[in-house]
Design a protein around this ligand. Structure first.
Ligand code: GTP
Ligand code: MG
Length: 197
């Protein structure tokens, strides 16, 4: 979002398997994180559109990989909304499908410029959060840790939670964001622009 402008953003495709992944070869910025953490809401906030990505208070809303095409200052890239993981009420077989789809995605994509890993600022990191982080490091994709729903905490609680996250997930900064107030979005855009240029 350079100088307060929002990018052009359009929905491209929902993919349930690798056959549906787009083939344009654009850089991809990926949002990953547990179900209900706020991935789709953050996408809407980042592009300044209320309903581009579907959001829901029912966890497990996004079950396919959704590709959005963004264009900003002569630069185009895909923003990729991964289905959320780790919600207990989502049946086991769905969890298995999730793993398969996510693994197929990362195997197939050589254009991943950045993975934005979202965690809820109020909730201690789960085993799956740490697994995802380790896995991303193993496959060697750049990642940015983003802690969501910061509007629900006071400034001092935010600071202490950020310290906990920085210790738990070693390496790199942690950015506190809110899809409600827009906190942190400028920093995320900065990181996206660096990763896709
Ligand atoms: P899945 O598609 O199930 O993986 O969820 P998701 O990560 O896409 O979450 P989604 O954006 O649908 O948001 C889940 C719920 O959290 C919704 O009720 C949102 O309104 C709420 N939410 C998301 N971001 C924020 C935020 O920054 N602040 C507050 N207060 N609520 C938020
Ligand atoms: Mg979603």
């Amino acid at each position: 979002m350079t100088a307060g402008r929002f990018p052009e953003a359009t929905f491209v495709r929902s993919a349930a398997s690798h056959r549906d992944f787009p083939r344009e070869g654009l850089p991809e910025v990926v949002l990953a994180g547990r179900s209900n953490v706020g991935k789709s809401s953050l996408i809407n906030r980042l592009v300044g559109q209320k309903d581009l990505a579907r959001t829901s208070s029912t966890p497990g809303k996004t079950q396919t990989i959704n590709f959005y095409r963004l264009s900003l200052a002569h630069r185009s890239f895909f923003l990729v909304d991964l289905p959320g993981y780790g919600y207990a009420r989502v049946a086991k077989h769905v969890t298995g499908q999730w793993r398969k789809l996510i693994e197929a995605y990362f195997k197939d994509r050589s254009n991943v410029a950045l993975v934005i890993h979202l965690v809820d600022l109020r909730i201690a990191p789960s085993r799956l959060d740490l697994e995802l982080q380790r896995w991303l490091d193993e496959i060697g994709v750049p990642r940015l840790l983003v802690a969501t729903k910061s509007d629900k905490l006071s400034a001092s609680d935010q600071a202490s939670q950020l310290r906990v996250f920085a210790e738990t997930f070693e390496g790199g900064p942690v950015v506190a964001v809110s899809a409600r107030t827009g906190q942190g979005c400028r920093e995320i855009w900065k990181q996206i622009e660096q990763a896709t240029s």
